[in-house]
Design a protein around this ligand. Sequence first.
Ligand code: UD1
Length: 320
Amino acid sequence: MKNFLVTGGAGFIGSALVRGLLANGASRVHVVDNLLTGHERNLADIRGAVEFHRVDIRDAGGLKPAMQNIDVLFHQAAIPSVPRSINDPVPSHEVNIDGTFNVLQAAKEAGVRRVVYAASSSAYGDTEVLPKTESMLPQPRSPYAAQKLLGEYYMSIWAQCFGIETVSLRYFNVFGPRQDPSSPYSGVLSLFMTAILERRAPTIFGDGEQSRDFTYVEDVVALNIKAAAAPSAVSGRMYNAGNGGRITLNEAWRLLQKIEGVSIPARYGATRPGDVRDSQADTEAARRDLGHDPRFTFEQGLRATLDWYRKEHAAAVTAP
Ligand code: UD1
């Protein structure tokens, strides 16, 4: 039986990955999280199967105990958000670059066999051609995009120079249950979910015709588990972790209104600095080398996510 560690394991994607590993046969999973953007409640139902290390990845020394006897490490800890990295660049630099360096160093020293890294589709920037393929030249447009790209390069370099196996997965706008909607930096679909349930208009930045390859969290979890098990030949490489589709924000908001049977016109604001116009993954390489097989259409993922938010919302409204 392999030992797994998930950094950022109390976060939205990290906690889904912990659940996925347990469902896939792991008896215990180690989690490193500083609970800055993650929450212990995300692990509440599986707490007994989690070895929780409350550590900030900026603390290199603090990481060491969590790495002992780990076979595969999933590095999900990060300060996400393009606008956050522009408005407040120091913490995102420290966590996403220095923290990633600390994780790699500690993993190498502890003899971890493989690191699977949460990279970001933001590294592509505005490419002329869609879908975006792994061979395209990166054109990061924000500190966040550059930080995540550097993380990929470090993964590849650590594989080449230090013999640790690494795989980077470029996430394409992941959404699903437990995505925290409480910050202005939250993912747009989590903000749309709370807006529709509260019968409020969301704010769309720009004309709403920008598009994203929204990818359901369960499909990303499944791909991570496949990347952990893939042959050593994939080591040092980067793959798109997307669904392959492309939905505009206007389409997403229209669909939510249709599902709920309401008509609430969105408000429109200025385009966000650093925003990418269109995003869509070419999934071919991940399918070929990792066995990627996304199962959720956008609408299926959206409905499942909305059901989860509805239950949370109802619980919050009836709480004493
Ligand atoms: C980017 C990355 C994504 C990464 C994420 C981490 C791209 C294409 N994607 O997401 O892979 O996981 O960073 O944070 O770079 N918006 C609104 N109203 C709102 C909030 C957002 O209209 O209230 C718009 C944004 O301007 C943007 C779109 O919705 O056009 C998506 O924004 P967001 O959910 O923040 O993700 P990205 O920045 O696309």
